[in-house]
Write a protein that binds this ligand. Structure first.
Ligand code: ATP
Ligand code: MG
Length: 264
């Protein structure tokens, strides 16, 4: 008798796999337990869940900044430590060097890698064009808005062409209009310069707008309580946010998040 295939197939060539991953800190606190995920190259994965459920820790595991204490994380067929040069972090604080101009900040990873000045200049120009900041190359970070500073931070992260971008609440400090605009820009950048994204946010609407999958986490210990597939094709127009299919997926995701929250 023929077997019925599962509705969703795990990718056959995942770029990141979590195999029964657990993380226990030295103080005895078990933060994550039994995490199983297979992520396909080119995916845009958002993690949402209550504060302290282990979202940032998940990103740090992928980056090889902290080891799993049980199970295994595989990144690009290697250990996360081995694949470290293919990953790059973007944080909520743009973390720009105040004494370097915009171009100098984007140039920094290329300079540290030892690239030649000519190729660095070309790459910096490309990156600033990609994030729409060609006109701001000579400005200092303090001369920019919060949204522009985040754009510089993204340009800097992409300058080394990482295969995997890890974004930990990158737009959390921005007003809603700026955040929406940056969400649209991030997707446009990804169309031109593809990467696999792992994105932590507390905004359900941001998660659904950006992602191919939204991973919902529960806490104590952190575990996956739901994975919501987002079927909308890219490029995604801003108007998608008003479409009935979007609003209904938003409601579903909000419901899943509410179910994952600890009781009051
Ligand atoms: N180095 C560490 N040693 C001990 N406990 C830690 C360490 N790092 C994080 N934790 C604990 O692990 C838990 C998860 O932390 P993590 O920062 O991953 O959560 P989070 O989901 O990103 O939270 P938030 O939404 O507030 O950013 C927290 O209880 C935190 O206190
Ligand atoms: Mg966090």
């Amino acid at each position: 008798m023929a077997t019925v295939p599962p509705v969703t197939h795990p990718p056959s060539n995942p770029i990141v796999s979590f195999e029964s991953v657990g993380k226990r800190f030295d103080n005895g606190h078990t933060v994550l337990e039994g995490i199983d995920l297979d992520i396909a190259p080119g995916a845009f994965v958002s993690f949402i869940g209550p504060s302290g459920c282990g979202k940032s820790t998940l990103l740090r595991l992928i980056a090889g900044l902290t080891p799993a204490t049980s199970g295994r994380v595989v990144v690009d067929g290697a250990t996360p430590e081995g694949a470290r040069s293919g990953t790059f972090f973007v944080f909520q604080d743009a973390n720009l060097l105040p004494w370097r101009r915009v171009a100098g900040n984007v140039d920094l990873p290329l300079m540290l890698r030892g690239d030649r000045p000519e190729s660095r200049r070309k790459r910096v120009d490309e990156m600033l064009e990609l994030v729409g900041l060609s006109g701001a190359a000579a400005k200092f970070p303090w001369q920019l808005s919060g949204g522009m500073r985040m754009r510089v931070s993204i340009a800097r992260a992409l300058s080394l062409a990482p295969r995997i971008l890890l974004l930990d609440e990158p737009f959390g400090a921005l007003d809603e209009m700026t955040r929406d605009r940056l969400n649209e820009d991030l997707l446009a950048i990804r169309q031109r310069d593809p990467f696999t994204a792992f994105f932590v946010t507390h905004s359900v609407s941001e998660a659904v707008f950006l992602s191919t999958q939204v991973v919902v986490l529960g806490s104590n210990p952190g575990r996956v309580t739901d994975v919501i597939e987002v079927p909308f094709a890219y490029p995604r127009p801003a108007e998608l946010r008003e479409a009935p299919e979007f609003l209904s997926l938003l409601a579903r995701t909000t419901h899943a998040l509410r179910a994952a929250l600890p009781p009051p």
